[in-house]
Write a protein that binds this ligand. Structure first.
Ligand SMILES: C[S@@+](CC[C@H](N)C(=O)[O-])C[C@H]1O[C@@H](n2cnc3c(N)ncnc32)[C@H](O)[C@@H]1O
Length: 248
């Protein structure tokens, strides 16, 4: 596993410094983000978002979901495709990511139901209970203050609404885990660096995954944020985890 990188543009532990570094990093890789995402995950990330959409459950006519840390919009658009009469708001604090998401929403003919805007998970500008469901794919790991971000996510959904989080996890099978670790800490930073010109971003990825709370600890954090019936489902040999719960 790669150790923490020391460069000044790499996210560090302090909340504000981490947020600033994460923002700079995603601003830099935004133009190549989609290509690298699908390439380095062999396209399986698209399936993960489909499973996440199922876990969110159906949204009725006029209902609205928030996809936080929406990046280039794939999860928000997937939710809108499946829930044909619902609305989706995608929010992310990196404007170049949001801009790409807007273009994709328009190209998909979904701009009338999917709105993309800038927003920071550390202080969402939405009123309490504004949404009927909330999702976040591969975003929470990047929050400056994880528990604060989860509390914000719970705050903006109505009681009884679903919260669905996709996040990288560490495979538990020893052999597969060792192979994956080699890919994740050696091959991926090399290829990611080559294609994006920002190797530090693809060193940060495995480093942040190995530092992230394990599933039982993260489930406790979700419960602390106000969720009940929290479930965890490992996907693709446990390299990704699907967390879902209901707002009490
Ligand atoms: C790995 S990307 C995931 C993007 C998208 N959800 C996906 O599935 O491809 C992480 C995203 O989290 C966003 N992010 C990180 N911290 C954030 C915060 N505090 N508020 C809003 N967005 C944040 C980044 O800008 C980036 O777009």
């Amino acid at each position: 596993m790669s150790g923490p990188t020391e460069s000044s543009d790499t996210p560090t532990a302090a909340p504000e410094a981490k947020a600033a570094a994460v923002n700079t990093m995603f601003t830099a890789i935004a133009p190549r983000y989609d290509l690298l995402n699908h390439l380095l995950s062999f396209g399986v990330d698209l399936w993960w978002r489909k499973v996440g959409t199922e876990a969110l459950g159906p949204l009725g006519p006029g209902q609205t979901a928030l996809d936080l840390a929406c990046g280039t919009g794939d999860f928000a658009l997937q939710i809108a495709r499946v829930n044909r009469e619902a609305n989706v708001v995608g929010a992310d604090f990196v404007e170049p990511m949001v801009e790409i998401a807007r273009h994709k929403g328009a190209a998909a003919g979904l701009a009338h139901r999917v709105r993309f805007e800038q927003g920071d998970a550390m202080g969402l500008r939405y009123a309490d209970a504004s949404f009927d469901g909330i999702t976040c794919a591969f975003g929470v790991r990047n929050f400056g203050d994880l528990q604060k971000g989860l509390a914000e996510m719970a705050r903006v959904i109505t009681p009884g609404s679903r919260m669905v989080i996709l996040e990288f996890t560490t495979p538990t099978n020893r052999l597969f885990g060792a192979l994956y670790r080699f890919y994740f800490t050696k091959v991926l930073p090399f290829l990611g660096g080559l294609l994006s010109g920002r190797r530090s971003a693809y060193e940060y990825l495995p480093d942040s995954v190995y530092k992230f709370p394990d599933p039982p600890a993260f489930i406790r954090m979700l419960e602390e944020a106000g969720l009940t019936e929290v479930t965890f489902r490992p996907l693709t040999f446990g390299i990704c985890g699907l967390y879902a719960g209901t707002r009490a």
